[in-house]
Ligand binder design. Structure first.
Ligand SMILES: *[C@@H]1O[C@H](CO)[C@@H](O)[C@H](O)[C@H]1NC(C)=O
Ligand SMILES: *[C@@H]1O[C@H](CO)[C@@H](O)[C@H](O)[C@H]1NC(C)=O
Ligand SMILES: *[C@@H]1O[C@H](CO)[C@@H](O)[C@H](O)[C@H]1NC(C)=O
Ligand SMILES: *[C@@H]1O[C@H](CO)[C@@H](O)[C@H](O)[C@H]1NC(C)=O
Ligand SMILES: *[C@@H]1O[C@H](CO)[C@@H](O)[C@H](O)[C@H]1NC(C)=O
Length: 833
């Protein structure tokens, strides 16, 4: 078989650039990366909707692929005049990487490719011809500008660089290994569901992915035995197995931007720990005796512990959670769909997009739409940019968007100051516990050349070793989620330990982190807490005070829990204000799970502590795979359910109460969390597996929603694979059959919305109840009787503000349907103009 095929079909029609698999042609992939180098300025992603039927050659390529990867297929048309909604972005000099999405309605009358074939050939680095139909290419900015002027160009946008946004959490969510009514039993522990993780790769030797006791790989897996992981000197050759059934990496965009990776790094092996951590949360085995440092000893496990898992590596930094490129993410999604996975968990999210076109220019949203069409559930993190209002990402209605909250287990140490004041804080370990040391504020140990602010945050090169040596240094937390660099500065200045205070934006959330020295992190209201750096005269936290740290302990049954994490991104949804986002909350603080043994404990380069089988991490990246795991259970239990039904089940059974049975609190003093923090609430898998009713949705519903949102019909058709979609009938954005209800723009007129529920339980009669202070709300009919499974019933909800209703303020309420056994709850969010 030829290892590379290059077809140039006449000068104007199309050209096809075919590369055999990564395993195949060295020559061909060299060519691509060389070219990538010579065009290192900009990366463009071109996405075409192709009509295979009109194009026999493409059809051939798409449907009779020579085994391996088809890397690039380029097509073009001049026929239709379409809009360029985000052309403006092209002029931005700030972002060096550019992604372009070209969407065309039809291939009728193909004329000419817009740039010389040679250039285009050189420019391409990916094609997404499996399910997404497009390609990624590197182009000069001027070329891109030229292309953008073309009337067929629908959408041009800059490629985003993505951020990555045990195991007590499952018990906290109510799952019991031997409990008869537990979702684990009912969902057969996620048996044979295939969960894909698009992240930093996997540490295949982890016990979480051992295949002992697993039967043959399910036949629905179409990924073959591709396992792109390099072996270690003493490990076995076949690193994938019947549990970890596949591993691939996608680095073309990363390399285009950063240069070629050395061969040893061209692997799906996880060098950072994040991907191993998240994959084991979603689908890791039961592994007893999991702990890190001195704390957290228990059995690690994933939400779908008997699921099969596959890793798709797209994030390449060894130290920071960035370094994932949209073009690589999309290639991974395209591949995962083709491989036959059931659940895709995406730990990545861009910066938040504020234009409505974002829905078409966000790689996650596009990839997810195509995945949903193949009945794959796509779970993604809400982001770590909280608590800024409107910071939530991954907001398309077909994406399942997850916020992060705390659990009832803490890793705790007490700090005692001057023998009389005690603060409780988070800590994974304390060396020399209970020993008295002298405290020094980092600002009192500041080097002359450092700024006050930098010293406060113990940034690099700010502390004077002669002042810090042998003491416990007081620093203020710099990072929102991971914040371990302060410890590095403290340690290199000779500190004995660190007392890390929160900034105001960290609220009450405290983090057990793998610091390089003994550290206790507190949220106290002293410097860094509510008073945000301002010390009072009576504050005991002064240089010269004596300070002791008690041994770090694991404490269970802490109350209240969950509390929303300060970093979890918040609504409202700026792109689609009529869809509440995030959708639900799940555990994302102090999560213990499997880790890469290559990565250092803190993931700092200077940290020599390696070989950790488990580690504690935080973020919506950790809450997201919890929901991926739960979706895996539901998928096993109810194989015929649509992704929307699975999502509905998890949403309508979520709770807004904590373990004291009071409303869930926010991380900030005295405030209660709202649906903008937790969506429908905190997930409850045992209830989700038997929700009673679901709000189902199909692709047409999403497309009608886009019509109602006022998007260009041709743009919508393009998203709809290759099929023309005619916006017809009268659809309202608020009628999307979503499991939550959001009316952000009410006047005094009554507004009526429609929803349809599908019975997925036994025959039953449900009655409605509502609560929405300040508004009149009526449900018609308010009783629904179902006699069989699959029966659908519609109802209407009418909401009306009165002249005394407060204006421009969000009001939250709820709609419940109950048959005495199930409660099917939807949050209601309204605002009077
Ligand atoms: C963890 O717990 C198990 C069982 O309770 C025990 O055998 C093991 O020694 C513990 N490991 C650590 C590191 O404490
Ligand atoms: C799931 O997605 C989250 C965030 O979107 C990510 O951090 C995590 O790595 C992913 N895990 C899996 C199992 O894919
Ligand atoms: C901290 O002190 C409190 C009150 O004295 C105590 O209840 C708690 O167990 C202590 N925590 C640790 C980790 O020692
Ligand atoms: C300040 O000077 C010291 C010693 O010359 C150096 O190590 C450190 O990096 C400098 N710090 C800053 C913030 O420039
Ligand atoms: C495009 O259309 C062809 C023929 O109508 C169909 O077989 C193919 O699956 C479609 N592609 C996508 C991505 O839907």
């Amino acid at each position: 078989m030829p290892t590379s095929v290059f077809l140039l079909l006449s000068s104007f029609l199309l050209f096809v650039f075919l590369l055999e698999a990564v395993h195949g042609s060295k020559k061909a992939s060299k060519l691509v990366s060389l070219i990538a180098h010579s065009f290192s300025t900009n990366l463009y992603l071109l996405i075409f909707a192709s009509d295979a039927a009109e194009f026999p050659i493409i059809d051939l390529l798409l449907h009779h692929r020579i085994s391996g990867f088809v890397y690039s297929v380029t097509l073009c048309t001049w026929e239709h005049t379409l809009m360029v909604p985000t052309l403006l972005l092209l002029t931005s000099k700030l972002l060096r990487i550019l992604i372009m999405i070209y969407l065309v309605q039809s291939w009728k009358g193909i004329k000419s490719w817009f740039i010389a074939e040679e250039k285009a050939k050189e420019a391409m680095i990916y094609s997404y011809n499996r399910h997404i139909n497009g390609f990624a290419a590197l182009l000069e900015e001027e070329e891109a500008a030229d292309i953008a002027k073309n009337p067929n160009v629908v959408s041009v946008f800059l490629s985003k660089k993505y951020k990555l946004h045990t195991t007590r959490s499952w018990e906290f969510l109510g799952l019991q290994r031997n409990g008869k009514n537990s979702a684990w039993q009912k969902g057969s522990f996620g048996e044979n569901t295939i969960i894909a993780n698009i992240d930093t790769g996997v540490w295949p030797e982890s016990q979480s992915f051992n295949d002992k006791g697993y039967g043959p790989i399910p036949s629905k897996w179409r990924g073959g035995n591709v396992c792109q992981i390099n072996k270690l000197p003493r490990t076995k050759t076949n690193l994938c197995n019947r549990k970890l059934i596949g591993a691939r990496f996608f680095n073309k965009a990363f390399e285009a931007y950063n240069g070629e990776l050395v061969p040893a790094l061209q692997t799906a092996r996880d060098f950072m720990g994040h991907g191993t951590h998240t994959l084991s949360i979603a689908g890791g085995n039961f592994v007893p005796g999991a702990s890190v440092f001195a704390v957290g000893n228990g059995t690690a496990k994933g939400g779908s512990p008997r699921a099969r898992v596959a890793a798709y590596k797209v994030c390449w930094s060894l130290t920071d959670p960035e370094g994932c490129y949209g073009a690589d993410v999309l290639a991974a999604i395209d591949r995962a769909i083709d491989d036959g996975v059931d659940v895709i968990n995406l730990s990545v999210g861009g910066n938040y997009v504020v234009s409505p076109e974002g829905i078409f220019t966000d790689e996650v949203s596009i990839g997810a739409f195509h995945a949903i069409a193949r009945n794959i559930v796509v779970v993604a993190s809400a982001g770590n940019d909280g608590a800024t209002p409107g910071s939530v990402v991954n907001v398309a209605p077909w994406v399942f968007t997850i916020a992060a909250s705390t659990i009832d287990r803490d890793f705790t140490s007490n700090i005692t100051i001057n023998n009389n004041q005690q603060f409780e804080g988070a800590s994974l370990f304390v060396n020399s516990p209970n020993q008295a040391f002298s405290l020094i504020l980092s600002t009192d140990a500041k080097l002359a050349n450092a700024t006050f602010r930098d010293a406060q945050l113990c940034r690099r090169g700010t502390l004077d070793p002669t002042k810090v040596k042998g003491k416990i240094v007081r620093c203020i937390r710099d990072g929102k989620i991971k914040s371990v660099a302060e410890g590095n500065e403290a340690l290199s200045a000779g500190a004995q330990g660190m007392f890390l205070g929160n900034q105001k934006r960290n609220g009450k959330t405290t983090f057990g982190e793998p610091h390089v020295l003994s550290t206790v992190g507190t949220s106290d209201g002293h410097s860094g807490g509510q008073s945000d750096f301002f010390l009072t005269a009576t504050d005991p936290i002064k240089s010269g005070a004596t300070i002791r740290m008690s041994p770090a302990k694991t404490l269970f049954g802490r109350k209240p829990a969950p509390v929303m994490a300060s970093f979890s991104s918040r609504g409202p949804n700026k792109i689609q204000p009529s869809i509440l986002k995030p959708d639900v909350a799940a555990p994302g603080v102090n999560i213990l799970a499997a880790y890469s043994e290559f990565a250092s404990a803190s993931s700092l380069l200077t940290d020599k502590r390696r070989g950790f089988k488990f580690n504690v991490l935080q973020g919506t990246s950790m809450s997201c795979p919890h929901v991926a795991g739960i979706a895996g259970l539901l998928k096993t239990r109810h194989p015929s359910w649509s992704p929307a039904a699975i999502k509905s089940a998890i949403m309508t059974t979520a709770t807004t109460r904590d373990n004291t049975n009071r409303p869930i609190q926010d991380a900030f003093a005295k405030t209660l969390a709202t649906p903008f923090a937790y969506g429908s609430g905190h997930v409850r898998p045992d209830l989700a597996i038997d929700p009673g009713l679901v709000y189902d949705l199909g692709l047409t519903d999403y497309l009608n929603f886009l019509c109602a949102s006022g998007y260009d019909q041709q743009l919508i058709s393009a998203l709809n694979f290759n099929r023309t979609f005619i916006c017809s009938g009268s659809h309202s954005v608020t009628d999307l059959n979503y499991p939550s209800i959001t009316l952000p723009n009410l006047d005094l007129k009554a507004v009526t919305i429609t929803r349809t529920v599908t019975n997925v339980g036994t025959p039953s009669t449900y009655t409605a109840s509502t609560q929405l202070p300040g508004y009149n709300i009526v449900v018609v009919p308010n009783s629904l009787t179902f006699s069989k499974i699959g029966e659908k019933k519609a109802f209407k909800v009418t909401v009306q503000a009165s002249s005394v209703t407060k204006r421009r303020t969000y009001q939250f309420g709820e709609l419940r349907w109950t048959d005495g056994k199930h409660i099917v709850r939807s949050p209601i969010t309204v605002k009077r103009k």
